[in-house]
Design a protein around this ligand. Structure first.
Ligand SMILES: *Cc1c(COP(=O)(O)O)cnc(C)c1O
Length: 362
């Protein structure tokens, strides 16, 4: 029997949100809505779809551009960033893996908050790091406590802003105050997967340029959420060019496929689609807050496209199962909490109907 590395044994394989087709097969349900993975409920940008269709005429026999030149150029022009400070990746997931492969030594201490994106832990375990878990405080990152837990061995701090799954955020002032107090030899990963959904004016304004003042900060962006391109797998990092140079060696040579490159470049131009997605999210979160208030559901106000909630008298697994039986796929966190993505108005109404049935015992 071939055994894996020792690091693999305690790990748990990532469990994605349930696939709607699987549920359809299992339960014979007609209408299924997936509010489990924070996907864009409005679909994808038509410009991105057109770009993919145009590319398809070429066929698929040649490798994609390993340097993602056109996509980097587009990002560079749009955000006024030098091309050498941009590294496109196969989704944020690959960015996280490449950071781990490039920078984590066995035994390095890495600081991860409890109740955040699970890939930070998996990547750190694969790198044989010593993981220091830090509790959230009032469901927010506890930056003073993170500072307290820094030691001589600290190598990396993983941050998401706004956070998944809680939807809570850190202000620019809090964040810069934190960056100012972290030693320069400690890497900070600043993952802004949901940044475009924020409506709080105190949110950090220009995360793509953090590396200029803080060369130890790597900013992560993704096209999976507001850009609606989750199926294609594309995101990028913004960082000091020395750090990018190191990561170039660790990433896969053709990490971003050709369709993803053209789609992402086209999506960047589709302001209308972005605005429609943003507006839907803002409007629908108010509808959901109101509905949850009426149902007595406890929830956290969100700066993302998902709401973290708990329902008195119903455990999370029980609520999850009840909703799933009615064709609504959500995500349970432990015994108590559900994270439910914000959908279209029609989807949210179906969700509220199902929650009403759960709570009123219908
Ligand atoms: C969704 C998400 C990502 C990126 O996902 P990809 O689809 O791999 O780009 C990164 N970080 C957080 C916190 C996320 O929720």
């Amino acid at each position: 029997m071939i055994k894996p590395r020792a690091e693999i044994n305690p790990m748990v394989a990532y469990k994605p949100g349930k696939n709607p087709e699987t549920l359809r097969r299992e339960k014979g349900l007609e209408r299924i809505i997936k509010l489990a993975s924070n996907e864009n409920p409005l679909g994808s940008s038509n410009k991105a779809i057109a770009a993919v269709q145009a590319y398809m005429e070429n066929g698929f026999n040649t490798y994609p551009d390993g340097a993602s030149y056109e996509l980097r150029k587009k990002i560079s022009e749009k955000y006024d960033l030098p091309m050498d400070n941009i590294l496109p990746t196969n989704g944020g997931d690959e960015a996280i893996a490449v950071i781990g492969a490039t920078f984590i030594n066995p035994g390095d201490e890495v600081l991860i908050s409890r109740l955040t994106f699970p890939r930070y832990t998996d990547t750190s375990m694969l790198g044989s790091a010593k993981i220091i878990n830090i509790d959230l405080k009032d469901f927010r990152y506890d930056l003073p406590e993170i500072l307290n837990r820094i030691t001589d061995k600290t190598r990396l701090i993983w941050l998401t802003n706004p956070n998944n799954p809680t939807g809570t955020m850190l202000s620019e002032e809090e964040l810069f105050n934190f960056f100012d107090q972290v030693r320069e030899d400690i890497l900070i990963v600043y993952d802004e997967a949901y940044g475009e959904f924020v409506d709080d004016p105190t949110f950090p304004k220009d995360a793509r340029h953090f590396y200029v003042k803080y060369p130890n900060v790597i900013t992560l962006k993704t096209f999976s959420k507001i850009y609606g391109l989750a199926a294609l797998r594309v995101g990028y990092m913004c960082a000091d060019h020395n750090l990018i140079g190191h990561m170039q060696k660790a990433r896969c040579p053709f990490n971003v496929n050709a369709l993803a490159q053209v789609a992402a470049a086209a999506a960047l131009d589709d302001e209308e689609f972005l605005k429609a997605t943003y507006d839907n999210n803002i409007k629908e979160k108010e509808y959901l807050y109101k509905s949850y208030d009426e149902l007595g559901i406890h929830y956290l106000r969100t700066q993302t496209n998902h709401i973290f909630l708990c329902i008195d008298g119903h455990s999370a697994p029980e609520s999850y199962e009840f909703l799933e039986n009615r064709g609504v796929i959500t995500r349970a966190f432990g015994d108590k909490y559900l994270r439910i993505s914000i959908g279209t108005h029609e989807e949210n109404e179906l969700l509220v109907n199902a929650l009403t049935a759960l709570i009123k015992g219908e």
